[in-house]
Design a protein around this ligand. Structure first.
Ligand code: NAP
Length: 260
């Protein structure tokens, strides 16, 4: 239970078949909201919907397929009568390695799913409901969009673009629609397995809170950002990383920073 009230609101969460998206759907539903979960396959969307208690619907929609996205928004309007919340969560990272030398196919897939899709879905829900009635959008970015790292530079560049667009669109849709982003650190999901699976202790140790993130950590923050409790917050990027970006956590824990 989040302590937030989203009763009567309807949310679409893209990429909600597992990981962070599923946890976001569960948090919104726990606060009383209706939730439409998307996945690339109907089977996964249905399986995810079965893991959420509340009024939910699973819909197959590849995030960059405009026809499928439009159908999903129409279906949501028919079924629930509004789209008050959109969480652009679907993300991909097919381009591991240096940016230089990447091929166009990987570049295009990264930017299509991580950058174009949020613009597409936000445009569709604005046209269908939010432009007239208002609403809240949250984009799942990454702390990678705020820094430079080896081997995931293209993914990080796409998340930096998404952060910039979050602010741009927040201004374009103001004052009716609030648009924010979350920027997670390393979270225990399939997408990020290469970043934590065989090195969880050291990755956790580099954070002030001494653990990697769980999908529910992000779900709770998104439920807050789409609720009325955040009604004066727009164009912001909420970093949720256990304090990874604060600095040298092991040094502080050792007491060396105090000279002891
Ligand atoms: N995990 C982390 O450490 C971390 C950190 C920062 C940011 N993020 C971001 O968090 C978001 C969720 O990632 P995750 O870590 O939860 O990954 P995940 O567990 O691998 O889940 C990814 C989700 O996105 C869906 N998806 C992938 N491509 C899609 C597409 N083209 N169209 C529709 N859905 C698509 C997948 O659904 P299907 O496979 O069923 O289609 C799945 O539900 C992403 O935007 C990611 O960049 C993750």
């Amino acid at each position: 239970m989040t302590g937030l009230d989203l009763t009567g609101r309807t949310a679409i969460v893209t990429g909600a078949s597992r990981g962070i998206g599923l946890a976001i759907a569960q948090s919104i539903a726990a606060a009383g909201g209706n939730v439409v979960l998307t996945s690339r396959t109907q089977e996964s969307a249905d399986a995810a919907a079965a893991q959420v208690s509340g009024t939910v619907l699973g819909v197959a929609a590849h995030a960059v397929d405009e026809d499928a996205a439009r159908r999903c928004v129409e279906l949501t309007m028919e079924r629930f009568g509004s789209v008050d919340i959109l969480v652009n969560n679907a993300g991909t990272n097919p381009a591991f390695g240096p940016v230089i030398g990447q091929d166009h196919a990987r570049f295009a897939k990264t930017f299509d799913v991580n950058v174009w899709a949020p613009v597409l879905w936000t445009s569709l829900v604005t046209e269908a409901w939010m432009g007239e009635h208002g609403g809240a959008v949250v984009n799942t970015a990454s702390i990678g969009g705020l820094t430079l790292e080896a081997n995931i530079g293209l993914y990080n560049a796409s998340k930096a673009a998404l952060i910039h667009l979050t602010k741009q669109i927040a201004l374009e849709l103001s004052p009716k629609v609030r648009v924010n982003a979350v920027a997670p650190g390393v979270v225990r999901t399939k997408l990020a397995e290469a970043l934590w699976k065989n090195q969880e202790e050291s990755v956790a140790g580099a954070t002030a809170l001494n653990r990697i993130g769980e999908p529910e950590d992000i779900g709770a923050a998104v439920a807050f950002l789409v609720s009325d409790a955040a009604s004066w917050i727009t164009g912001e990027v909420m970093v949720i990383d256990g304090g990874q970006r604060l600095g040298d956590a092991p040094l502080f824990r050792s007491g060396a920073s105090l000279g002891v």
